[in-house]
Ligand binder design. Structure first.
Ligand code: MV4
Length: 446
């Protein structure tokens, strides 16, 4: 097992990773920008290194500085968390070249899944159901038109280097296709420096269901059930739950087996999430995330498995701690992302937290890096905490979530807590009847 892990991240996930390291007796190194000198993950780490000024490019995304922090402290492994460099294949490679373990998949798997076309092609070959569409990128309108007419409109133009919804354009009819292609290309070029695009049949009312997987890198892999992440606004998840209200035991078992078999075939290592759209009882692969996800505590709540402990163990060469038949799913969990934002306009609300009182009690978990008196910097994303609630079933979970939200006191800034108080009282949410467009329709109306 590692002696010292450098956590190349900040905020709640840096603390989350520190907890697992401490349970295994591993020393922790925090890195921080000048804006995060007072952050909790810096206070609780065994060592800390200031790696630059607030902009991520000058700190959390700066590979030479992260490498220098490893050299200075003698860290023998790096945990990237999520975001920042967590899916940067070159970063994983550079660490390995310096005999420092990247706690995650191989750079090869990061690269394959980071390109949405190679990801989809790999999934298709592994027997994972994918969305009908072009075989690879489309190079001109004539080619796109033929494929679109064969599939039928509407179609979706997507950026090959994309993800998270950037560089995506719907073409509802043949007349829209040319503009959709050029607009998606321009957005992809601007966002990723790569204007390659592909097209897919546009699914109009899907849910977003993702499967948590874990592999040891030697051909063993398990799935840890699904998370329903359909409640999103502008591709930002705001609430996630497991199990999905839309799945029955048979569809859950089937997709879990297809995905874990696929991860065995490619000898996947570490935590991963296979993302699907789910519509009319069918799954359609869209992407794979080769990192720990923000919403991983939802899976931890229903399986009782600490995913970060597993990441540390597997990265140090250990076998998986669980066989598939030993993984059980109990109850229901819901996570609400607490953002420092206005609950109506979603405008960021940085500033000082003058009062902080998180909820507690059975089945209530709050993962956060803030504290009373902490000043939220304006430079990073607005997530300040995650409220994860578990109950024996969805109704008990909702009942407990209502109570936990009513107990949560955060003064001095605006947060999205009032939005959750509203949402969990909406019949569609209480009944689990929502798709990926539900929230934006609701916000558009209210
Ligand atoms: C789609 C889709 C409909 N049809 N692909 C959004 C970001 C990336 N994860 C893929 N996304 C979508 N791909 C086809 N063929 C709809 C979306 C989509 C979406 C997906 C999941 C969660 C929220 C979403 C919001 C808008 C669009």
């Amino acid at each position: 097992m590692f002696d010292k892990v450098l956590i190349a991240n900040r905020g709640e996930i840096a603390l989350r990773i520190q907890r697992a390291c401490k349970e295994l007796g591993i020393a922790t190194v925090a890195v921080h920008s000048t804006a995060d000198a007072d952050a909790m993950h810096v206070r609780l780490a065994d060592e800390s290194v200031c790696i630059g000024s607030p902009p991520a490019s000058d700190s959390y995304l700066n590979i030479p500085r992260l490498l220098a922090a490893c050299e200075i402290t003698g860290a023998d492994a790096v945990h990237p968390g999520y975001g920042f460099l967590s899916e940067n294949a070159r970063f994983a490679e550079i660490l390995e070249e310096h005999s420092i373990t990247f706690i995650g998949p191989t750079s090869e798997h990061i690269r394959i899944m980071g390109d949405k076309i190679t990801a989809k092609e790999t999934a298709r070959k592994l027997g994972i159901p994918v969305v009908p569409g072009s075989e690879g990128e489309v190079v001109n309108e004539a080619q796109a038109m033929k494929i679109a007419k064969d599939m039928g409109f509407p179609v979706l133009v997507k950026a090959t280097a994309g993800g998270g919804g950037r560089g995506m354009k719907v073409a509802h009819t043949a007349a829209d296709l040319g503009l959709a292609l050029s607009t998606a290309r321009a957005e992809a070029k601007a966002a990723f420096g790569n204007d390659s695009v592909y097209i897919e049949k546009y699914l109009q009312k899907p849910r977003h269901i993702e499967i948590q997987v874990f592999g040891d890198g030697r051909g063993n892999a398990v799935h840890l059930g699904e998370r329903d992440c359909s409640l999103q606004r502008r591709h930002q998840k705001i609430l996630e739950e497991s199990p999905s209200p839309a799945l029955n035991a048979e569809s859950r078992k089937k997709i879990g087996e297809v995905v874990s078999a696929a991860m065995k075939k490619i000898k996947y290592r570490g935590a991963g999430t296979v993302e699907f759209l789910f519509e009319d009882g069918e799954f359609y692969f869209i992407e794979m995330n080769t990192r720990l996800q923000v919403e991983h505590p939802v899976t931890e709540a229903v399986t009782g498995i600490d995913l970060v402990l597993e990441q540390l163990r597997v990265a140090s060469g250990a076998n998986l701690s669980y066989k598939q038949e030993e993984i059980t799913f109990s109850g229901h969990a819901i996570e609400c992302r607490i953002n420092a934002e206005n609950p109506r306009t979603f405008r960021p609300s940085p500033g000082q937290i003058t009062y902080w009182h998180p909820p507690g009690g059975l089945g209530v978990r709050v993962d956060s890096g803030v504290y009373q008196g902490y000043r939220i910097p304006p430079f990073y994303d607005s997530l300040i905490g995650k409220l994860i609630v578990h109950g024996k079933n969805r109704n008990e979970c909702l009942m407990r979530l209502r109570r936990a939200l009513s107990e949560f006191v955060i003064d001095g800034i605006e947060t999205t807590i009032p939005l959750f108080n509203e949402l969990i009282r909406q019949p569609d949410i209480a009944n689990g009847l929502y798709d990926i467009h539900w929230l934006e329709k609701y916000l558009g109306k209210s």
